[in-house]
Design a protein around this ligand. Structure first.
Ligand SMILES: Cc1cc2nc3c(=O)[nH]c(=O)nc-3n(C[C@H](O)[C@H](O)[C@H](O)COP(=O)(O)O)c2cc1C
Length: 194
């Protein structure tokens, strides 16, 4: 698959096969993250890779899935993520104003690198920060910013071009369908017109 097909095929997946993701693949994903652009090249992101069963269960308990279809987007028992990459910020470097840009750019690199290896993912901002700090006994300067839930996909969400709603839904076959605003509505050429 070329890069455009990969980008088009990437959807947030919330049901995973009970199949471990090899550490080699997880390393490739982190490698893609660490090479992403970084404001002033401060590189404040650290990547906590979690595959351990007990730790995974603890993280899972703090996650909130698919707000628009809750609780229908929750991974059912047996379909939980098989790994997590938790993006931490080393707050001793850089500044709060750039952290989220760095995280967003690096996160997409991580997702696309995973997808190239058949690994699906879902980003989660809705997680228990306090709990994650406690689970991993994180030092004061390392703050969890974003959780990436990972695994081999057991569902195939799709997108449709639509701008009348931002809410994704499950269609009559149970497929998560994500509306994306069409290109001609998001792109302005030389001048902005509404
Ligand atoms: C910053 C950010 C935070 C997100 N947080 C969550 C979350 O807490 N739980 C969840 O299930 N999905 C979360 N998502 C996934 C979005 O719901 C998803 O990207 C969006 O519905 C578009 O679907 P797509 O990723 O398949 O294109 C998050 C995505 C982003 C970019």
């Amino acid at each position: 698959m070329d890069i455009h097909e990969l980008i088009q095929s990437r959807r947030s997946v919330r049901r995973f096969k009970p199949e471990a993701v090899p550490m080699e693949v997880l390393k490739k994903m982190v490698e893609a993250g660490r090479l992403a652009p970084s404001g002033a090249n401060f590189q404040p992101i650290r990547y906590l890779v979690v595959t351990d069963d007990e730790m995974r269960a603890k993280i899972f308990a703090t996650l909130k899935w698919a707000a628009h279809i809750r609780p229908d987007g929750d991974p059912p028992p047996g379909n939980e993520p098989m790994a997590y990459i938790i993006m931490l910020i080393d707050e001793r470097v850089g500044s709060k104003a750039i952290y989220n840009y760095d995280v967003g750019l690096a996160a997409e690199n991580v997702l696309i690198a995973g997808l190239a290896e058949g690994v699906a993912s879902c980003l989660l901002l809705s997680f228990g920060r306090k709990e994650v700090v406690e689970i991993f006994d994180l030092p004061e300067h390392l703050q969890p910013n974003l959780v990436i839930a990972l695994g081999y996909p057991d569902e195939e969400p799709v997108y449709v071009n639509r701008s009348d709603t931002y809410r994704y839904w499950r269609d009559e076959n149970g497929v998560i369908t994500v509306p994306k605003i069409p290109l001609d509505e998001v792109m302005f050429i030389n001048r902005v017109k509404e």
